[in-house]
Write a protein that binds this ligand. Structure first.
Ligand SMILES: [Zn+2]
Length: 346
């Protein structure tokens, strides 16, 4: 364990270098044997090697569907990792007594990568330890006009959104790609939720592509049906569900890349990115702009707690929708849903 850490407030503990990793290791140490833990790789940080953990709970048989929760792709967006850890903590507490969860885990598998970019988070950077933006690092190019700089650049690693080398992905990106290929592609169905923050004032659920505004994904009808299911089941939720390309186009998006890879594997993988709207946190507390994390993280402890609990319903919904995918995936009305989705988004 890196540092001592108390779970008391769930707030940002600025005095320790990586409280999220300490919290994760504390959860792993106290977890029941049902939690399977793997170190996917080690990431260099100063003189240390930080572990990149991949966890799983539930039935790993290839005919069962799976959910993957990811956090901490961007090191500054600590709240993403904290949301995933809060959910993991709840899951582990429910495990010994909750028959509903036990039934769920017999019928699907929950994978968790809570902190993909530990060196970036330890540095307080968006990028990884090599100054590469992992969400611009995949070998995929925007097919239209990518946003200038923000959409990924190879001018200099001193400028944010640096894409990294053309011949080789960063070890964190490669670890995610390997994990997804070996754990999700052999299944009939999977859903991914990758948790980020920093864009807009409303919570958004984004799906690929980030590389094209014109070309929809092959699973557009399925995404539209999932959005419909969420809106009908939880009419008072206020996530905006849309293709990422509605806001900006970028190169090297890991989910664009993995989604395209999934198409060749005869599987159904629906990747979502949760973009937690941070501008309200700033509006309510402008002083947090004085901190480098301020744009990406709610600073006041009560606001952190509110964020940590506000996405529990969404994650439970995604797990239940995964387990029950055969009951809602569009089959007969696929063409009609596709047409409605095109009208809404394209
Ligand atoms: Zn992000």
């Amino acid at each position: 364990m890196l540092v001592s850490f108390t779970l008391a407030e769930g707030g940002l503990q600025e005095q320790s270098i990586l409280p999220e990793l300490a919290q994760l290791e504390q959860l792993i140490a106290g977890a029941p044997a049902d939690l399977h833990t793997e170190v996917l790789t080690y990431v260099g940080h100063m003189s240390q090697k930080l572990p990149l953990y991949g966890l799983s709970l539930g039935n790993t048989a290839a005919d069962k569907p799976a959910v993957l929760l990811v956090g901490g792709v961007h090191g500054l967006e600590r709240i993403g990792t904290q949301v995933v850890l809060a959910y993991l903590q709840t899951l582990l507490q429910r495990l010994p007594w909750d028959l509903c969860l036990q039934h769920t885990l017999e019928n699907c598998c929950i994978y968790v990568i809570p902190l993909l970019n530990p060196a970036g988070m330890a540095n307080g950077w968006r990028a990884n330890g090599n100054s590469v933006d992992l969400m611009r690092n995949a070998p995929v190019n925007c097919t239209e006009q990518a946003a200038w700089l923000v959409g990924g650049q190879r001018i200099s690693r001193a400028i944010p959104w640096y894409r990294g080398r053309t011949d080789k992905m960063e070890i964190e990106s490669q670890a995610l790609v390997d994990f997804v290929c070996s754990n999700l592609f052999n299944r009939p169905f999977s859903l991914v939720l990758d948790c980020h923050s920093g864009f807009g004032s409303t919570d958004r659920l984004w799906f690929p592509y980030a590389k094209s505004r014109r070309q929809p994904i092959a699973h557009l009808a399925e995404m539209y049906r999932l959005r419909q299911l969420l809106a009908q089941t939880y009419p008072y939720q206020n996530y905006i569900f849309e293709p990422q390309a509605q806001h900006y186009l970028c190169h090297g998006d890991l989910w664009d890349y993995l989604y395209d890879l999934s198409l060749a594997s005869n599987t159904n993988m629906l990747p979502l990115t949760l973009e937690m709207g941070s501008w309200n946190w700033v509006r309510k507390n402008p002083f947090q702009l004085l901190s480098s994390l301020g744009m990406f993280h709610p600073v006041k402890p009560h606001r952190v707690r509110r964020v940590l609990r506000s996405h529990l319903i969404l994650i439970n919904f995604l797990i239940n929708a995964t387990m029950s995918y055969q009951n809602w995936l569009p089959l007969s009305q696929r063409e009609q849903l596709q047409a409605e989705a095109r009208q809404l988004w394209y």
